[in-house]
Write a protein that binds this ligand. Structure first.
Ligand code: GDP
Ligand code: IMO
Ligand code: MG
Length: 424
């Protein structure tokens, strides 16, 4: 196994951070390939909790080079603050590598993210307001400013001025807000240059050499399959491709280099922000998932919406990502329930759907068809081998494997590094 993608199989927050941390022990490189500081990846080691938004989860291992590749969008102030944060915890941020082609999140992107959401009113996406959508919009409009532009102050200033030419027409007229000053932005950003310089490189070339040399490379997805701009529940999605294809496009590595694609799925499901969610629970079962699962956003502190596992969505994630294995997280949270439900179909307008529907309106109007499975009703946080799990918990795992036709290789039973059952 030399190149492995780890990605979210649901709506994000599946536990990717802890999963990547687990594999990173044997990895030489961990690569973030899309998204930005909208991500919040939590790793728990003993009593210590580390929440990362941009730096790849491999940072905990001194043998591992964390790479922020070209498909990401980078808020340089956030990146530098995160480097300081990890340094404060005794970790060394020196090896972090940043693609010169990655796009910058600019102050006007953050502002636009906030005012667009306000403008959308009840139709808002519920974004993290970190400027992600507007930064990717500029990238695709070919208005974007890249990390490498910081190293040519003249070009950088020209690009900021050109961008503000446009934004300063839009901000007051469309969004009724104040225009922004280009001088301030240019000074602030050029002030980051010297600290960033030693980290910036051609990360595609770096990874190519690593893969050719037989190094272990791990690609760390942010967000999740159902938040993918192409394959997610559009428009309630993020502005990048958290799916497997995004890993190769966003890191400049060819698809044939990839050996394994591991989907991370919670034993139930959650989403933060707005958008359709067929198995969402609005009762005390949902509240229990939120409270026991600590389902509050790492980035925004928002309460995550929770519901039973959706097998249509999980099979869809297997399909669009070519998952080779699944890592099931937060099994311990299900210990609280006598029976466990899984959605095996949707019923909408007299029709039964067995596949995740391509027509978005079905997701809004459907009633999930649930199958009930027996719970185990006992603490499993101490389980370390498959035999330690109660029979009903093993049956739940087997049930999912049969439904998705992909093996579950690992099950986590608590947030701490050691709280893990390896199946294969
Ligand atoms: P990510 O965005 O996919 O990395 O996930 P987050 O870190 O945002 O959210 C997952 C949360 O669940 C974090 O607080 C983790 O510490 C926690 N977590 C991960 N795995 C488990 C598990 O097996 N059991 C429990 N109880 N918590 C877990
Ligand atoms: P991790 O990596 C869960 C959601 C937001 C919103 C939508 C668009 O921790 O799993 P954006 O700011 O990206 O334009 O917001 O996507 N979202 C996430 N939800 N986990 C995340 O990241 C998310 N990143 C964005 O809540 O609904
Ligand atoms: Mg998260």
């Amino acid at each position: 196994m030399s190149a492995t993608i780890v990605l979210g199989a649901q709506w994000g927050d599946e536990g990717k951070g802890r999963v990547v941390d687990y594999f990173a022990e044997n990895a030489d490189f961990v690569v973030r390939f899309q998204g930005g500081n909208n991500a919040g990846h939590t790793i728990v080691v003993g009593d210590e909790k580390l929440a990362l938004s941009l730096i790849p989860s491999g940072i905990l291992y001194p043998t591992c080079t964390p790479v922020i590749a070209s498909g990401t969008v980078i808020d340089p102030a956030v990146l530098l603050a995160e480097m300081d944060m990890v340094a404060g915890k005794g970790l060394d941020p020196t090896p972090v590598r940043v693609s010169s082609n990655a796009h910058l999140i600019m102050p006007y992107h953050r502002k636009l993210d906030a005012v667009i959401e306000r403008y959308l009113g009840k139709n808002q996406i519920g974004t993290t307001k970190k400027g992600i959508g507007p930064a990717y919009t500029d990238k695709y409009s070919r208005f974007g400013i890249r990390v490498q532009d910081l190293f040519d102050p003249k070009i950088f200033a020209e690009k900021v001025e050109a961008a503000l030419e446009e934004k300063n027409r839009i901000l007051p007229r469309v969004y009724n807000t104040l225009p922004m000053d280009s001088g301030e932005i240019i000074d602030e950003y050029l002030g980051f240059t010297e600290r960033l310089r030693p980290h910036v490189t051609d990360t595609s070339l770096l990874l190519d050499k690593a893969i050719k040399a037989g190094k272990e490379v791990l690609f760390e997805g942010a967000q999740g399959t159902l938040l993918d701009i192409d394959h997610g529940t559009y428009p309630f999605v993020t502005s990048s491709n958290p799916t497997a294809g995004g890993a190769v496009v966003g890191s400049g590595v060819g698809p044939k280099a990839i050996d394994e694609i591991i989907g991370v799925a919670k034993a139930y499901i959650s989403r933060v922000g707005t958008g359709p969610f067929p198995t969402e629970l609005h009762d005390e079962v949902g509240d229990t998932m939120i409270e026991l699962g600590g389902e509050y956003g790492t980035v925004t502190g928002r309460r995550r919406r929770c519901g039973w596992l959706d097998m249509l969505a999980l099979r869809y994630a297997v399909r669009v990502n070519s998952l080779t294995k699944v890592f099931l997280t937060k099994m311990d949270i299900l210990s609280a329930f006598d029976t466990i439900k899984v959605a095996t179909g949707y019923r909408a307008d007299g029709e039964t759907h067995e596949e995740f529907p391509a027509q978005q309106s079905v997701l809004y109007n459907c009633e999930p068809i649930f199958e009930e499975l027996p719970g185990w009703g006992e603490d499993i946080t101490g389980a370390r081998e498959i035999g330690d799990l109660p029979k009903q918990a093993r049956s739940y795992i087997e049930y999912i494997e049969e439904a998705i036709e992909v093996p579950i290789g690992w099950v986590s039973v608590g947030p701490e590094r050691s709280q893990l059952v390896t199946i294969q």
